[in-house]
Design a protein around this ligand. Sequence first.
Ligand code: YXS
Length: 259
Amino acid sequence: MSLILTHIAEGIGSITLNYQIKRNALAAAMVDEIATALADFTQQGVRVAILRAEPGARVWSAGHDVDELPENGVDPLGWQDPLRTLIRAIEAFPAPVIALIEGSVWGGACELVFACDLIVATPGASFAATPAKLGVPYNASGLLTFLNVAPAHIARELLFTAKPMTATRLERLGIINHVIAAEELEAFTHDLARAIVQNSPLVVSVMKEQLRILAGAQALSPQDFERLQGLRRVVYRSRDYREGIRAFREKRKPTYLGE
Ligand code: YXS
């Protein structure tokens, strides 16, 4: 069974997450299908991509597949990790990606949505960034995604509390482009996509890549980089990291000891 559905019309390519049995968790298999779809969209000259869950979804995506998080002291969000690979695929896709959000968005799926070029959502959609809740040491480029879209205090509130924030609040903060009633969301999103499709695809594509490079332009000394990685290693080798994953699997609240 395919974990996504795809459709192309009028230069607009749609990818629909279709893995509700695991609440659209971003499993490696699903990420591979999305990457294949994006490559096909590039081949077909798609000028805008829309990334969505099935209409009316209660959960847009439950984030990283927890069953694929390593417990043996290995970096859980290394370069080859499915979530990291997916974020880079969205950023590298040579046309704008619009995230169409209904339902709740969790963990790494928040970063996935924030890495898209535009976000439209229903008023009831929510976003919960969960590294602190699961004991996961988020990675530097992932934290930069949050800092590039959210004011620092909002990024900290999202990440430190791990509590859901509504699309309505995030729109007020300029993090979400439009909050639209569910019954109008699809038509609104396609109108937005058509407005982009009618412009020069070369200019739009080049500006997307220029903006990606500029957004990632952060001076970081080798010493700072090593400090960042060392801090993360302390976490993913900790008892708390293993406790977070086990508690999720055992469907119980984790007990964190700070070690
Ligand atoms: O028990 P079964 O086998 O039916 O499976 C259940 C869940 O275990 C499974 N599932 C997941 N499996 C792997 N990874 C996930 N992220 C995940 N989420 C859910 O799907 C089946 C149905 O889930 P259930 O019964 O809980 O559904 P629900 O409708 O009652 O609740 C939906 C959610 C999304 C509220 C609930 O599933 C949930 O809280 N999921 C975890 C959300 C979360 O904390 N995600 C963060 C994952 S870690 C991550 O993204 C990053 C590494 S980080 O944490 O650093 O941001």
